[in-house]
Design a binder for this molecule. Structure first.
Ligand code: AMP
Ligand code: MN
Ligand code: MN
Ligand code: MN
Length: 286
């Protein structure tokens, strides 16, 4: 039996809906043996998640999902097995959060101009702090107000480029984000490559830039990747000589596309990003 390893998930410390403790408990109940908490641009949930994982007897990977701007597009880079006490990482993430602070106000202003009042306070009710406001929190507010039936629809009609509540943002540069992760002793993984609005040529250029910057893996299996995506990015791992990762990108029981741990296994013939983590896997050989 392959170990069930889920290296991408969110808690209320970013835009998930479960506390770190509840997330870990749910992971265990779903049969996950090793879980990474990878909140957007924050490490706040890691101590509670690590403590709960120890109580539950599952392996825990401290992680983060860093927002990056590359060629004008928002890209996500996962940092796995990072040291949460690393100053370069903490300082870098603080810069990204500072950007969130201003953007939250701008999104609310844009929504107000489009006929949605009170979005700043409304979104904030779902978020841990103004510096951690994500589009997901605005999406929940718009659903609550009856503008859309679900958060997916809010993204389609309000919060993406070309729609009234979209505000462009400049996050960290790719090499900066990878640098912070490496400085924290972690492994940088390119998150959900199949979800970016990039041409095949641009996406490959991104993957090459990522590896040149010190990126160590690609998230081959994740929510939003179909079987063809999995094969394509497995091939990219082999071509680039990098490892492969697997994650559900779970945000909560009612909003996520898939349950914790419930994505396919990695295709065979790839080096898993957890290949050198025997301490976490001694009970669960992969
Ligand atoms: P932000 O980092 O604030 O721009 O928000 C990005 C987050 O919004 C992602 O991490 C997802 O959780 C969520 N998201 C982005 N696009 C969609 C979408 N099309 N449908 C649902 N959620 C989305
Ligand atoms: Mn998210
Ligand atoms: Mn992401
Ligand atoms: Mn994510």
């Amino acid at each position: 039996m392959l170990a069930n390893i889920d290296l991408h998930s969110h808690s209320i410390c970013s835009d998930g809906t479960l506390t770190p403790e509840a997330l870990v408990q749910r992971a265990r109940a779903q049969g996950v043996q090793v879980l990474a908490l990878t909140d957007h641009d924050t490490l706040d949930g890691l101590p509670d998640a690590a403590a709960e994982a120890a109580r539950q007897g599952i392996g825990f990977v401290p992680g983060v999902e860093v927002s990056v701007t590359w060629a004008g597009e928002t890209i996500h880079v996962l940092g796995l097995r990072i040291d949460p006490a690393s100053s370069p990482l903490m300082d870098g993430l603080a810069r990204n959060r500072n950007g969130r602070l201003g953007r939250g106000r701008e999104i609310a202003d844009a929504l107000a101009a489009a006929g949605v009042p009170g979005a700043y306070e409304g979104a904030l009710r779902h978020a841990a702090s103004p510096a951690l406001l994500a589009r997901s929190h605005f999406a929940r507010f718009l659903v609550q107000q009856g503008f859309c039936a679900n958060t997916q629809q809010v993204f389609e009609h309000w919060l993406v480029p070309g729609k009234p509540g979209f505000v462009p943002q400049r996050w960290a540069a790719l090499d900066e984000a990878v640098g912070w992760i490496r400085a924290a002793g972690g492994l940088a993984v390119l998150a959900h490559p199949g979800r970016y609005r990039l041409s095949e040529t641009a996406l490959w250029a991104l993957a090459e830039d990522f590896v040149a910057a010190g990126g160590k893996g690609i998230e081959v299996v994740c929510a939003g990747h179909d079987a063809a995506d999995v094969q394509r990015f497995a091939h990219w791992c082999r071509r680039l000589g990098v490892a492969a990762s697997r994650g559900s990108d779970f945000h909560g029981p009612t909003e996520s596309r898939v349950e914790l741990g419930q994505v396919p296994p990695l295709p065979s013939g790839l080096v898993p990003i957890w290949a050198n983590w025997p301490d976490l896997l001694h009970n669960h050989p992969s």
